[in-house]
Design a protein around this ligand. Structure first.
Ligand code: NAG
Ligand code: NAG
Ligand code: NAG
Ligand code: NAG
Ligand code: NAG
Length: 551
């Protein structure tokens, strides 16, 4: 009898504590969400911000009807020569929130992109009729896509692009193609294909490669870091030589499509005392190599919660492994102007691919690269942020806007648009406001960049800004962010530079402040082209000023 009462009391107190736990679970998460558009008519499978604050968004051309028609009732012929009167691409104005349909002719499904030095989006590959195509989109009023049907020498489907120090773009890999090439093609060396056996060696199987959309980051010595599946190399792409093989990332997790994780090059801290600066890569999430095969028979295995950091310029680099508070496959990693990273979108189970994931992870994570990892329960690197109301599964994207918000869209795990499925096709755009935009935080604003928004390498530059807070040398820094091409959890060209500054902040006669610093020393640190320049004070970034760096 006594023991029954004891069990009863135990269960009672247990359920009370569960109840308290449930109440306690009303944590106030930092950051907030705002729906920008219920529908832009297409699902945002690919996104690129242009220097005029417009975002080029596109899907595929073979997904049937979208929810927006082409301009002025125009129709084009699809690949089966049927009339297609629907748009599969739109231009979204991130300031006014207006959008207009664009006309993309060839299939852009699972393609790649990069900005050219003049701010034109150069976009490559895709599926079937689109696989050899290079498309151009200039940032100008009422402009539309232009296509070069023979822009590539190999079909590039699920390839990755990186802007290079000479202004060219390298296109790496693609399904069934273990090679790379350069675009646009203007010289003899551009008109050949370079073999890259590493891409074959890291293929789990042709059906389930686990190495598509390889992660590519330009290292500070000008060579290309390429990560595929769980391995990485440093490639001298000019001489087609692998000059370093990095240690295998521990844990047996695959990190590329379809076991999709995500990767960033952590902030490059420029200073004129150590050159070139150290480069470090962070890769998070992904899933077991057989997660796709298992999802194919409705067994949705937990995604990975691990991240690895590798100093790719170190003499003997080793992976430093960490654990995220949430498991995630198909996450997107977005560099914030402060140098912190947002890990957003994706799911906790399954893999990328058609309807192959479950349990959307709607809370983004904040990752502070320089924060403590531990000791005394003091892991301040990760913070769980406010959840979105919308699952962002396969074919969703995220990019940084010039106002410091993160633009989030997409999600379509179906062949066609399907508004009744388990995770319906999503045509909306949302903005995520990182914690630095919460009310009460003082935000600095840039007045001017001198001698102007175009400058050369190593050039002395100064940034005049307005601030209502306390300004001193220790709490102010300047960053430059390369706008990335986002698709399939891969943010091509994403890069953040923390500029070298001289000592001292001066107060100008008009009551503003002035910091002086230096443009990046070489095009290997910052390939020529457009960057968003931010002034950060006490962890709060200004809005960006676009600058263009050139040889
Ligand atoms: C898209 O259009 C279909 C009809 O063709 C409609 O049923 C659906 O609700 C629309 N979706 C959105 C998000 O507007
Ligand atoms: C998925 O399952 C189908 C049978 O339902 C099979 O034909 C196909 O080969 C499987 N695909 C993979 C990649 O395992
Ligand atoms: C926790 O880490 C932060 C840096 O992220 C540090 O400033 C603080 O002193 C640490 N606290 C303890 C108790 O170790
Ligand atoms: C939408 O997807 C569900 C599976 O989640 C499927 O049963 C349904 O037939 C699909 N609808 C259309 C219109 O394709
Ligand atoms: C950086 O180098 C420039 C000359 O290139 C020099 O004038 C400046 O004082 C240096 N700044 C620092 C912080 O070392």
């Amino acid at each position: 009898m006594g023991s029954k009462i004891f069990v009863f009391l135990f269960l009672l107190s247990y359920s009370i504590s569960l109840f308290n736990l449930a109440l306690g679970a009303q944590i106030t998460y930092q950051g907030k969400w705002k729906l920008l558009k219920q529908s832009i008519g297409v699902s945002a499978m690919h996104m690129q911000l242009l220097p005029n604050e417009k975002v080029v968004i596109f899907d595929r051309t073979n997904s049937g009807h979208s929810n927006v028609t082409l301009m002025q009732g125009k129709c084009i012929k699809d690949e089966k020569s049927n009339d297609d009167c629907y748009a599969h691409s739109v231009e979204f104005d991130s300031v006014s929130r207006a959008f207009r349909p664009l006309t993309v002719l060839s299939d852009t499904w699972c393609s790649s992109g990069s900005l050219a030095t003049d701010g034109t989006l150069v976009q490559s590959g895709g599926y079937r009729g689109g696989q050899f195509v290079v498309r151009y989109f200039k940032p100008c009023p009422n402009c539309d896509w232009k296509e070069d049907q023979k822009g590539l020498l190999r079909p590039r489907w699920y390839a990755s692009n990186q802007a290079l120090p000479d202004g060219k773009i390298i296109v790496v890999g693609g399904r069934f193609h273990f090679s790379y090439e350069f675009i646009p093609k203007t010289s003899v060396s551009d008109r050949r294909v370079y073999d890259l056996p590493f891409l074959k060696e890291t293929t789990t199987s042709l059906d389930i490669p686990n190495n598509l959309y390889p992660f590519t980051h330009l290292s500070t010595d000008g060579n290309l870091f390429i990560f595929a599946n769980d391995r990485a190399i440093l490639l001298d792409y000019v001489n087609n030589k692998v000059i370093r093989n990095y240690p295998v990332m521990p844990g047996g997790v695959s990190r590329n499509y379809p076991s999709t994780g995500s990767s960033v090059l952590l902030p490059l801290k420029l200073s004129n005392t150590s050159f070139p600066p150290e480069a470090e890569v962070l890769i998070c999430g992904g899933s077991a190599p057989d997660s796709y095969a298992k999802a194919n028979v409705s067994n949705f295995v937990p995604a990975s919660n691990s991240c690895g950091r590798l100093k790719i310029t170190a003499a003997s680099p080793e992976w430093e492994m960490e654990e995220m508070p949430l498991n995630r496959v198909m996450g997107d990693m977005v560099m914030l102007p402060t140098g912190d990273v947002i890990i957003i979108n994706g799911a906790a189970k399954g893999s990328a691919g058609w309807e192959f994931a479950r349990e959307p992870v709607q809370n983004p994570l904040l990752y502070r690269p320089d924060a403590s990892t531990g000791g005394n329960n003091n892991n301040t690197r990760f913070e769980v942020l406010s959840p979105s109301g919308i699952p962002r599964m396969y074919h969703s994207t995220a990019i940084l806007l010039s106002d410091g918000r993160v633009l989030v869209g997409g999600s379509n795990p179906y062949m066609n648009y399907n508004f009744t499925g388990l995770f319906p096709t999503d045509l909306s755009l949302e903005a995520f406001y990182p914690p630095y935009l919460s009310s009460g935080k003082r935000r600095p604003s840039i007045i001017s960049v001198n001698p102007g928004s175009k400058f050369g390498y190593k050039q002395k530059i100064s940034v005049e800004f307005k601030s209502s807070g306390n300004v001193n040398q220790g709490n102010v820094y300047v960053t430059m962010v390369a706008p990335s091409f986002a698709t399939h959890s891969t943010s091509m060209n994403q890069r953040l530079l923390v500029l070298a500054l001289n000592d001292g902040v001066t107060k100008t006669s008009s009551g503003n402040y002035l910091v002086e610093g230096y443009a990046p020393e070489t095009p290997a640190l910052a390939p020529p082209g457009y960057y968003q320049l931010f002034l950060v004070q006490d962890g709060v970034p200004s809005k960006a000023t676009w600058v263009q760096i050139n040889q």
